[in-house]
Structure formats: C-alpha cells, structure tokens
Write a protein that binds this ligand. Sequence first.
Ligand code: ATP
Ligand code: MG
Length: 141
Amino acid sequence: LELTLAILKPHVIKNPHSLASIRKLILSSHFKVVQSKRFTFNDEIAKRFYNEHKDKFFYNRLITFMTSGPSDLYVLARENAIQEWRNLMGPTKAYKAQYDDPETIRGQFGLSDTRNATHGSDSAQSAAKEIGLLFPDFDII
Ligand code: ATP
Ligand code: MG
C-alpha cells in the first residue's frame, strides 16, 4: 500500500458539515487512516511545508491562511493513494474545480484558489518528506 499526506485546511475545520462530508468521502473511497491529528500550523512549520512556493505571489496569503486556525492531518494508505487522493480532491483552483469537476472535494468545498479545502502530496518523495515533517514520530516501515 502507498501512503500520502492529506490536510483538511482551516476553513474546512471551522465548518462541521464540510468536515463530516470530507471524512465520509475519505472512508468511502477506501482510504485507511493510518495516523491523524488536529494541528495548528505555526509560521515556522507552514514555511517549511510550503518552502517550494516561497517565491510565488500567493505565498504570504497561503502562510497566513494555513496559520489561521487548526487543520486536520491524515496519513492515508491505499493502493495508488497519492494519485487517488489527488483525483478525489480535484483541481487546485476552486473555480476550475467547481466548473469542471463539481463532484470533487475542491469542487464542493473549495472557496478560493488559496482556501481550496485540502492538500495532497504530489509524489512519493514529497509524501515521505511531508509525513516526516508533520508526524516526526511515525516510522514508515
Ligand atoms: P497541485 O500540486 O495539484 O497544484 P496543490 O494543492 O499541491 O495542488 P500547489 O500548486 O502545490 O497546489 O500550491 C500549494 C497551495 O497554494 C494550494 O493548495 C493553494 O492553497 C495555494 N495556491 C496554489 N495556487 C494558487 C493561486 N494561483 N492563488 C492562490 N493560492 C494558490
Ligand atoms: Mg503541491
């Protein structure tokens, strides 16, 4: 089984209906939750997590948003977990997701390009790095 890191971002945690719907979707899509925790990003961890975006125009608003309240972090396991979770999330940009893939998580719960509901690792390498950063005590066997 492959592992991926999923984040339910702060605006999802603030809305009990969105949170419950996404959690249901995770389980009905045959992901196993291997690790989970509620976690509030501080500035340092958020900047380390999004370091690859440090020169992008949206970086400051992304860090401000991600540190604005608690997120839910999940290590998800499934066959082809990385791609399957990204398929379930849908397009990064909320407006594109709402228009092209309204049944996806971002299509249903994304509010803007920054507040796009969820994160998913984009490769096995970034999954290992992100899990290592956010679940430092979790040993991948
Ligand atoms: P993907 O890798 O498929 O693009 P992602 O969620 O990993 O999905 P990134 O491009 O890595 O997206 O961007 C990281 C995060 O930065 C996004 O999830 C979103 O919150 C924010 N973001 C990305 N692009 C924009 C944008 N054009 N405007 C505002 N915020 C953005
Ligand atoms: Mg990315």
